[in-house]
Design a protein around this ligand. Structure first.
Ligand code: NAD
Length: 492
């Protein structure tokens, strides 16, 4: 199967352009081929989106929302199929695949509700017989650039608020996971979304991403991916005076205090560290543990890690699937050596798995390091795999300092039974998301999603906050006094 672009409500001809293979990370199976689009393809998509946006902005927002209700309904109807495609091309276990599709469904219905809200403000004027209000106005054509680790959810966090607010979009999914985008484009078409409102252009970041950012008619770029790429996107976007929303990497920690429910903490750590094979932006990759419970926690983790089944995510009994590709596998493995060279103690894992049923896939053994110090590279850099570092501390203050002592600020968590410690922690942890007595993952779509420092640039996906990325505030003053009234001057 050859995946072509969806532009102006049509599927592009296969044509004489380059295609690249889409591979199942669980077994190396060839799944499809995807178009490596050119700048010319981007230009066509932008032209279609510009044309469509003028009409789309005039469609009443509740009517725009009706399309989202239909998209949500179709996603619900096809949920199992979408989850299967997701697991095949990305590797996460099927239960998590279903969860991710559900996140997209939730987003569709939530943002459809915004069609009847999109609240602005009305406020008194300082002058008599004058009325003041602010409304959200669409910005125009938006460019969406998404990563492979959440191939559908992240796209819904961006595209659904964009269209309910009256924008049109061009979506460039990651090269590793185009099949989900292809499925979503089919759903946009089936839902009857007017031509040009939703466009999907496949291809590399350097060619398609750059062309989108540089195009003068693309007004907003919403990017999720690594901090390294995000910096390039921001630099180029800045040069072209684009509004750029960035959601980037993380180095998330679970804090376990001496009064914590340790079995609960272990469950939270395993789920957030090894789910999606550690490839969530919110994955727990550091456990900051109070010295009095360190040994006990270590033992509990080791016992529980033995139960983790590894394999093809389509097998319902498997808990940990493959990582995305061979490059990722090598990068993860290089950190095992880095950790050992730095003096951290490898308790378990630290190896590529390729025996028996795992042959042909990209599997890494769940890995636990202990005696890690906060400044070691394994405690500072995003590894993006099933690798956890245990760092010992002596107090809550020290735990918070260690948590905050990295360049990222996405998610953090604290396990404790002491309400005072919990409230101090939620105030002082410098991350966009804080969990109490739960791991570092588990975001819900109606709250803002994003991070501080190297994780973001102040914008948020998800929740009502997402609308801020895709709208401009317009302030409107209506003077019905029939005379000139000057603000700040004619106020007496
Ligand atoms: P990546 O940065 O390699 O790629 C992300 C997207 O950017 C892809 O579509 C890619 O093709 C595109 N891209 C690459 N170079 C580009 C360029 N020069 N110009 C424009 N676009 C370009 O990231 P990835 O490996 O796909 O995803 C993993 C990363 O994403 C991790 O760092 C993870 O933490 C992060 N992530 C963050 C969040 C969040 O919300 N904070 C969520 C998920 C993933």
């Amino acid at each position: 199967m050859k995946l072509t672009n969806f532009i102006d409500g049509n599927w592009q001809e296969v044509g004489e352009v380059d295609y690249t293979a889409v591979v199942n990370p669980a077994n190396g199976q060839h799944l499809a081929e995807v178009r490596m689009s050119t700048k010319n393809d981007v230009d066509q998509a932008v032209a279609a989106a510009v044309k469509a946006q003028k009409k789309w902005a005039l469609v009443p927002a509740p009517k725009r929302a009706d399309y989202l209700y239909e998209i949500g309904r179709l996603m619900k109807e096809k949920k199992e199929h979408l989850a299967q495609v997701l697991t095949k091309e990305m590797g996460k276990v099927i239960e998590e695949g279903r969860g991710e599709v559900q996140e997209g469904i939730d987003m569709a219905f939530y943002m459809a509700g915004e069609g009847r809200r999109l609240f602005g403000e009305t406020t008194p004027s300082e002058l008599a017989d004058k009325f003041a209000m602010s409304v959200r106005a669409p910005i125009g054509v938006v460019g969406l650039i998404t990563p492979w680790n959440f191939p559908v959810a992240i796209a819904t966090w961006k595209s659904f608020p964009a269209i309910v607010a009256g924008n049109t979009f061009i979506w460039k999914p990651a090269t590793e996971t185009p099949m989900m985008a292809y499925e979503m484009a089919k759903i946009f078409q089936e839902a009857g979304l007017p031509a040009g409102v939703a466009n999907v252009v496949f291809g590399s970041g350097s060619e398609v991403g750059t062309a989108m950012i540089e195009h003068p008619d693309v007004k907003v770029i919403s990017f999720t991916g690594s901090t390294e790429t995000g910096r390039k996107v921001a630099e180029l976007g800045g040069r072209h005076l684009k509004k750029v929303s960035l959601e980037m990497g993380g180095k998330n920690a679970v804090i376990v205090m001496d009064d914590a429910d340790l079995s609960l903490a272990v469950e939270g750590i395993l789920w957030s560290a090894f789910g999606t094979a550690g490839q969530r932006c919110t994955a727990c990759s550091r456990v900051i543990v109070h010295k009095d419970v360190k040994k006990e926690l270590e033992n509990l983790l080791l016992t529980q890690m033995e139960q983790l089944t590894i394999g093809d995510g389509l097998d319902e009994s498997v808990k940990i699937g493959p990582v995305i590709n061979k490059n990722a596998l090598e990068k993860i493995h290089s950190y095992t050596k880095i950790g050992q060279d730095e003096g951290a103690k490898l308790l378990v894992g630290g190896e590529i798995l390729e025996e028996g049923k795992l042959a042909g896939g990209n599997y890494y053994a769940p890995t636990l390091f202990t005696d890690v110090t906060p400044k070691m590279r394994i405690a500072q850099e995003e590894i993006f795999g099933p690798v956890v570092s245990l760092i010992e501390v002596g107090s809550l203050e020290e735990a918070i300092e260690v948590n905050n002592g990295v360049k990222f600020g996405l998610s953090s968590s604290i396990f404790s039974r002491d309400v005072n410690k919990i409230f101090r922690a939620q105030r002082d942890l410098d991350t966009g998301i804080v969990y109490v007595n739960a791991g570092t993952t588990g975001a819900e779509i109606h709250l803002p999603f994003g991070g501080t420092k190297g994780t973001g640039n102040g914008h948020r996906d998800s929740g009502v906050a997402a609308l801020d990325v895709y709208t401009e505030w317009k302030s409107i003053y209506v003077d019905f006094s029939g005379k000139l009234q000057r603000a700040q001057i004619d106020t007496e």
